[in-house]
Design a protein around this ligand. Sequence first.
Ligand SMILES: [Zn+2]
Length: 106
Amino acid sequence: MELATHLSIPDNNLNKLEDLIKKQNINLLNSISEKYGLDPNELIYKFIECDYDVNKCLARTWNKGLGAQCSRKKKEGDLCLHHFKLSMRDKGLPHGRVDKSWIPGN
Ligand SMILES: [Zn+2]
């Protein structure tokens, strides 16, 4: 049974709950990678950041440190115009791409 249906959790609280669970999962994967000498980015990418829309801009947005895909349409290659411009600077995309590994909170 769906947790939300069973407990009648409003959508906005459910989103907060999902964010919390995601953060805890990231922390858990970081601990696992530290203990076993694995690449945390690879684990997180594989188990958390594996779903993105290939038709949208592939830049990652901050989303309170959780990371999310940019919601704009692709304009220049894989990116929207905004992220294309950012990608052309020395620093590049501030939070990388959703199809590449990621350090949480960066
Ligand atoms: Zn974008």
